[in-house]
Write a protein that binds this ligand. Structure first.
Ligand code: NAD
Length: 439
């Protein structure tokens, strides 16, 4: 698709068998995984299943060219995306990822998972996601700012505080959100703090947002442990990805008495059966950029990470990490999906057969978007809450969402993922049905 081309699924499609070419993702990619997850939930939706095609097509896709002048005077072009998967229940909402391997198919899947997640925890948003195909580690600070500002200008035609609200994701942070907010505000001629969430506190950000996803992972991890009679205080935890999500979740589990026995990130894998000092590791990662070289644990081969015995395994890096190649080697009791889409559908089945309880991303990592919602509400009312209030409300949302999906899973004898999809898809499709089709 060419730059600046938009596609909307509000226009009539010829038939459900004639999907546009960009929807024919190969079954191994994240979009393929998402389509399989939707197929699994369809039989549980009753009469609402006649709307199921709505969920298989993003509402709107924008692909943009992002040209910037590099520090050495050359001109570089990067490809950027913003996908609004569904806005039946409210404005689009979802993060922006900077990564050299970002693809349109990946951003489509991530936007769809946001629709499901926002509906599963019942925040009044649709789903969206964005990304730029760039390795930000290779950019200077000035280049990163220019990429961010040009991208924001390009997608400015479809984002806004009432239409689509970006947030941080892999390799984006509070500074990137501040540049996005400033660029959008300059273009519309007024300061619009509510256009992004995950901003610095001084610019309308929310207390507790930075830790919210990891905190939510910890809360549902504890809920799941309680349901299967696992004591957190003696649990062994393995974490893949030690960034915003994995690092915070690990720290909270350690503070609750658990042992983090293994950590893997893009620089390597470390292992210590008696427990890694999570605080010291956070400092090491902040200084060195990764877990490799951490003196308080022994290095391990990356592939060996999946065979380590644990009670709770937290994938908190990228999609497709637990797949048919490693799923049968995993020796844990609970997988709590901090990342989006870390488990492929085949791996999901293998884990279920092996009695591993999987708490799906659309519930487990919903803490981030929940506090983003709190941030957005605070921005609109220009009235800011205390961190205690935020953490308390976050915990309540996460516990209630977990309890609902757990109950549906028990009642229907389905996985927790399918239960979450049943709840979420019913909410989205009910909204679709009540709104009706326009014209
Ligand atoms: P981050 O950039 O802070 O951290 C990413 C981590 O993943 C880093 O530790 C990195 O080293 C590791 N990683 C990258 N490639 C890897 C590889 N090939 N093997 C092992 N580790 C690798 O990102 P984050 O915000 O922590 O996001 C992590 C995941 O959580 C993503 O899937 C993201 O979509 C999801 N998520 C994030 C939020 C949020 O609020 N930040 C909310 C919901 C979901």
């Amino acid at each position: 698709m060419s730059a600046q081309q938009t596609v909307s699924n509000d226009s009539p499609m010829p038939s459900k068998h004639a999907l546009p070419s960009y929807l024919h993702a190969d079954s191994l990619g994240p979009w393929g995984s998402y389509l399989q997850q939707i197929d699994r939930v369809a039989p549980h939706l009753g009469s609402l299943s006649r709307w199921i095609e709505t969920l298989k097509r993003p509402k709107r896709i924008l692909v943009v060219d992002v040209p910037i002048e590099m520090d050495d005077g050359t001109i570089a072009h990067f490809e950027g995306y913003r996908v609004q998967h569904n806005t039946s229940r409210g404005p689009g909402k979802g993060g922006v990822r900077y990564h050299q391997d970002v693809t349109l198919s990946e951003v489509m899947a991530l936007s769809a998972w946001m629709s499901i997640k926002n509906a599963a925890v019942n925040v009044p948003y649709g789903g969206a996601k964005g990304g730029i195909r760039v390795d930000p580690r290779k950019l200077s600070r000035g280049e990163l700012e220019r990429v961010t500002r040009r991208y924001t200008s390009e997608i400015g035609i479809i984002i806004g505080p009432n239409t689509d609200i970006p947030a941080p994701d892999v390799n984006t942070n509070e500074q990137v959100m501040a540049w996005m907010m400033d660029t959008y505000s300059m273009n519309v001629g007024q300061t619009a703090t509510g256009v992004v969430t995950g901003k610095p506190i001084s610019l309308g950000g929310s207390l507790g947002r930075r830790e919210a996803t990891g905190r939510g992972v910890f809360t549902v991890g504890c809920e799941a442990a309680r349901r299967i009679g696992l004591d957190i205080a003696s649990a062994r935890v393995a974490v893949q990805g030690f960034g915003n999500v994995g690092g915070i979740a690990a720290k909270l589990f350690v503070e609750a008495g658990a042992k983090v026995v293994a950590v893997q990130d893009h620089t390597g894998t470390i292992y210590k059966p008696s427990g890694i000092d999570a605080h010291a590791l956070l400092e090491h990662v902040a200084a060195q950029g990764g877990v490799a070289g951490f003196a308080g644990a022994e290095p391990l081969g990356d592939d060996d990470f999946w065979g380590i015995e644990s009670d709770i395994l937290i994938p908190a890096a990228l999609e497709g990490q637990i797949n048919e190649k490693n799923a049968s080697r995993i020796r844990t009791k609970i997988v709590v999906e901090g990342a989006n889409g870390p488990t492929t559908p085949i791996a999901d089945d293998i884990l279920r057969e092996n009695n591993v309880l999987v708490i799906p991303d659309v519930v487990a990592n919903a803490g981030g978007v929940t506090v983003s919602y709190f941030e957005w509400v605070q921005d609109f009312s220009s009235f800011f809450w205390t961190e205690d209030e935020i953490n308390h409300r976050l915990e309540r949302v996460m516990r209630e969402a977990f309890a609902s999906v757990w109950q549906v899973a028990q009642e229907n004898d389905v996985s927790v993922r399918t239960a979450a999809y049943i709840i979420a898809c019913k909410r989205i499709l009910m909204a679709r049905e009540m709104r009706g089709l326009y014209p």
